[in-house]
Design a protein. Structure first.
Length: 58
C-alpha cells in the first residue's frame, strides 16, 4: 500500500479545528482537521502537506 502526499492550504481556523483545501483541485470540499494533529505554527493561508499519516508545513 502506497501512501500519497497531499498538499493543502489552511483556509480557516475555528477553535480546535482547521479547515483545509487541497492544492491540486481534485475537490473543492474543505477537510476538517483537529488542530492538535497539525503543526502548532500554522496560520490561515499557510500550506501543509499530509504524508505518512502526519501533517507538516511546506
Amino acid at each position: 500500500m502506497m501512501l500519497e502526499r497531499i498538499d493543502y492550504t489552511v483556509k480557516r481556523m475555528d477553535g480546535d479545528y482547521a479547515y483545509l483545501v487541497r492544492l491540486d483541485g481534485q475537490t473543492d470540499e474543505e477537510k476538517c482537521v483537529a488542530r492538535a494533529l497539525l503543526p502548532p505554527e500554522i496560520y490561515e493561508g499557510c500550506k501543509v502537506k499530509y504524508e505518512m499519516l502526519s501533517y507538516e508545513m511546506l
